[in-house]
Design a protein around this ligand. Structure first.
Ligand SMILES: [Zn+2]
Length: 174
């Protein structure tokens, strides 16, 4: 059975107990956007006390602000969020590679007949890896605070945190 088929099976039980969630509003009730890594060990709802309807949770590799910006703008402009909480985490995969190495691996993985054609585009890609956890959080918070595209009234409510995958504890660093 594929994982997708397992999902469909599991969903049958979820639908039966869906209940009052059918009446949740579209805008997040707690007016907050969370940016965090896609890491499979992180459960933002459980670790931060979130319920359905509370928050936007924007996830990508590393929890990088630059990639999340599009979603944060939509969150602020169209759905009323007024605070941003950013998390990077210990043992993140983003600490394990650099752009040049991944570009080479990517080029080697594409079909030989298109390799030359995709090379210029691959060479311009940045995968936003980092080598220092606290520094990457501080950089991303600074990036958000400096962005002219984010609402000025929210700039004092942008914070950056470490999530420790070994204890589940969050610690503010920016
Ligand atoms: Zn990660």
């Amino acid at each position: 059975m594929s994982v997708a088929a397992e999902f469909a099976k599991a969903n049958e039980g979820y639908v039966k107990s869906f209940g009052e969630k059918a009446s949740l509003a579209l805008p997040p009730a707690r007016k907050v956007a969370i940016i965090t890594c896609m890491d499979a060990r992180i459960d933002p709802a459980a670790s931060l006390g979130l319920k359905e309807g509370d928050a936007h949770v924007i996830r990508n590799a590393g929890g990088r602000a630059q990639e999340a910006l599009r979603s944060v703008i939509i969150s602020q402009q169209l759905l009323g969020t007024r605070e941003i909480v950013l998390f990077h985490h210990t043992d993140c995969g983003m600490l394990t590679f650099n752009d040049d190495g991944l570009r080479t691996k990517l080029k080697e993985s594409v079909k030989a007949d298109v390799r030359n054609a995709v090379t210029p585009a691959v060479d311009q890609l940045s995968f936003l890896p980092f080598s220092n956890l606290e520094q990457s959080i501080k950089e991303d918070v600074a990036y958000l605070k400096a962005s002219p595209l984010l609402l000025e009234e929210t700039k004092t409510k942008i914070t950056g945190w470490v999530y420790d995958v070994y204890s589940g504890k969050v610690t503010q660093v920016a």
